[in-house]
Design a protein. Structure first.
Length: 51
């Protein structure tokens, strides 16, 4: 909360297939293409299981 330059997405998906479908959407693909120019450093993506 002290660093205004950090933004975190926290998402919960019912299935890997749902996440994969989401990642194929045009708006996500557009973000992925633009991200290197918009972000100070590459995004860090962590996949985990909900316990």
């Amino acid at each position: 909360m002290d660093d205004e330059t950090v933004f975190i997405f926290h998402e919960i998906w019912k299935s890997k297939e749902g996440l994969d479908e989401h990642n194929r959407q045009p708006y996500i693909q557009e973000f992925v293409e633009k991200a290197p120019d918009l972000l100070e450093k590459p995004a860090e993506i962590y996949l985990a299981k909900l316990v």
